[in-house]
Design a protein around this ligand. Structure first.
Ligand SMILES: [Zn+2]
Length: 196
């Protein structure tokens, strides 16, 4: 869970997914005259290690090698790709194929007992073991339906992942007042131009 996920009231059970998907920030619109710069929080293996350590997902002394870093980037790419499909499309196995292949590298095993009644553990025991929590969040979220509310902003110049808290769960933009209005204004102008 991060400041961002709290600010936007993302459920804790999806917070790692939300944060991980948004480590890639492709926003490139201008807001209040300030151009937004694209930014990748995971520019290198050390960045991934820091990101994981911040969330207590990195075992002490574990080292993220360049090869492991590539695996993590592949997971992020397929996660973002999956999240850009609307929930109905996600039921189609084709939409989930790449993500399924990516999370196959993060197997989990179940253990009964303990305070929660049961726990899922990472099978991996390398530096990426902690990212297995993403597979668990995907599974839980898909089963209880909350994953349907984790979406990617429809604005091409945004592509931010957001949690849709609206009752009907039909939001398409991360922030209607920002991305939604920008697109509506543009569509309006284009229509006006068409009339001239
Ligand atoms: Zn947006």
């Amino acid at each position: 869970m991060s400041k961002q996920s709290r600010q936007f009231q993302v459920p804790d059970a999806l917070a790692n997914l939300y944060d991980f998907a948004n480590t890639l920030d492709l926003r490139h619109f201008t807001h209040h005259g300030v151009p937004h710069q694209r930014h990748d929080e995971l520019a290198g293996a050390a960045d991934l290690a820091a990101w994981m350590a911040q969330r207590k997902l990195l075992a002490a002394g574990a080292k993220v090698t360049p090869a492991l870093f590539e695996i993590a980037l592949g997971l992020r790419a397929s996660l973002r790709d999956y999240l850009q499909h609307d929930p109905a499309e996600r039921r189609n196995k084709g939409a989930a194929r790449a993500l399924n292949a990516a999370i196959a590298a993060f197997p989990l095993h179940a253990e009964l007992g303990g305070e929660a009644g049961a726990r899922l553990h990472a099978v991996r025991d390398d530096a990426l073991a902690g990212l297995s929590v993403l597979a668990a969040e995907l599974y839980d979220g898909a089963r209880n339906g909350s994953l349907d509310r984790l979406k990617m902003c429809a604005a091409e110049e945004c592509r931010r992942v957001f949690f849709d808290r609206s009752k009907p769960a039909t939001r398409r933009w991360c922030m209607s007042i920002l991305c939604g209005n920008r697109i509506k204004t543009r569509a309006y102008r284009e229509r006006q131009r068409g009339v001239d």
